[in-house]
Design a protein around this ligand. Structure first.
Ligand code: ZN
Length: 93
């Protein structure tokens, strides 16, 4: 084997080694992107469910009592603002 042959083989070995490792990383990266998208979709679904359940809690109060029973409360702190909250379902207005 001449020196040139050795150099070419050595270079080819490095390239193959690089590509093997690179492809492993790319595969793992794609798996993580896919998993991330799945979790984002799950999070979006949970947020939609939370909005729905909050609406259900409010409607349950209106269904049984026709209207909310708002009382005034003050935010924590010395200069907290006054706000109105239903003392049955915690709906604010
Ligand atoms: Zn209410």
């Amino acid at each position: 084997m001449s020196g040139n042959d050795y150099d070419e083989l050595h270079t080819a070995t490095i390239i193959t080694s690089f590509e093997n490792k690179h492809n492993q990383f790319i595969l793992k990266q794609q798996q993580l992107y896919k998993k991330k998208l799945e979790y984002i979709q799950m999070l979006n679904n949970i947020n939609e469910e939370i909005i729905t359940i909050e609406k259900n809690i409010e409607n349950n109060c209106l269904h049984h009592f026709d209207q909310h029973n708002y009382i005034e409360e003050r935010e924590d702190g010395m200069y907290g603002e006054v706000f109105r909250v239903c003392n049955r379902c915690n709906n604010t207005c």
